[in-house]
Design a protein around this ligand. Sequence first.
Ligand code: PXG
Length: 464
Amino acid sequence: MTILHNTPTADLQALDAAHHLHPFTHGAELAQKGARVITRAKGVTLTDSDGKELLDGMAGLWCCNIGYGREELAEAARAQMLELPYYNTFFQTTHPPAIALARKLAELAPGDLDHVFFSTGGSDANDTNIRLARHYWALKGKPEKTVFISRHNAYHGSTVGAASLGGMAAMHEQGGIPIPDIEYIGQPNWWAEGGEMSPEEFGLMRARELEAKIEELGEDRVAAFIAEPVQGAGGVIVPPASYWPEIQRICDAHEILLIADEVITGFGRTGNWFGSETWGIRPDIMTIAKGLSSGYAPIGGSIVSREVADVISKGGEFYHGYTYSAHPVSAAVALENLRIMEEERIIERVREDTGPYLARKWATLTEHPLVGEAVISGMMASVALTPDKASRAAFRAGAGTAGLICRDFCFEEGLVMRHVGDRMIIAPPLVISREEIDTLIARALAAFDRTQARLEAEGLMEPA
Ligand code: PXG
């Protein structure tokens, strides 16, 4: 069957419900309501099958950093498909796009991160990290260093390994995970969990849970600590300034690897090439995906330090790889994406102009009666909806009720904004202009007003 153009929305929805199992979707609800069908996009604007335009406040799924509709990326894919549409990088072979992209990433990545193991996305890159880190320690004569320490409410992907690394309770209830030897500490979510502490005290307290966990397990058992510089899917939890320096100190003091999962924070999202630079982190391994190709083609990877690469390279064969590791078309698209980001100084614009502009506007959202904290790092931001700002209360109706209502009003107002429980989050394309930021804020405020009216009308403004 060819692609369904000009098919009525209801027919598309019926066919979709009949044959398509969706990620992170309640199937029966979807069949009843029908999926939103997105058909086109340009810049920061999506168009659905009814012709409705939406400002994409989420850059797809945190990935379309460069914005939609860049012909250069299509041309790069076309040229590469004609020249060499596929070849692998197994068994001592390689190809020019893989070589060029690995070199480019080595140049962009901070510190001595200078070798890349390619994957097709973030989940499989994190699975690579599990095997890679354990193999690294085994090669160094410490095979008992197998435990990964992660954080509650972290998201590291959906494969068995990555979902085990993640700290999402609902995910752990399905499919027999987590795998053994994964431990969790608390997240630095001051708004929800900080109680009477100042954000700085709370950040230190949460970081020191890592040291306590290492001491409880014994340093000789711990392979690595993994964390997102800023938690994304968990609700854009921006850590207190005290958090990362203390985590770095603890990782330096103990012999463990630090893995920064930069799948969301990489490639400009926080106003630098990598969130590790913004937050002063010196990782041994960095997970990348999403913004690497701006989502135009699937590609991800693990960038590792020279030390890790040396040990792995000298340790014989690493029995690990994906058919599409360093896929030539994806690699060519990623290279073109990075070229444009550099030449058009997109990240500098986020850091110096549009990021600070969004930050000023975002901060004003706390003037709205429903909005508690408003936090931001570069171009990823969240607000906490609350029935009572002073006590930072949650809603008695249960997490997600207010958020879902607000999300639906956002759509009606022409804005894609996600809700995580009762946090509303954005991560727009990095190319968003000041004018478009004004539109985003105006639509968000309109949605907050309507949400408040609905919550009041339905008696849902009660604190828990
Ligand atoms: N690590 C992090 C930090 C992520 O955010 C992954 C790994 C997995 O990447 P792949 O490419 O395998 O999906 C992610 C993905 C959401 C949402 O609803 C977030 C992600 C994916 C889908 C939905 O916020 N992040």
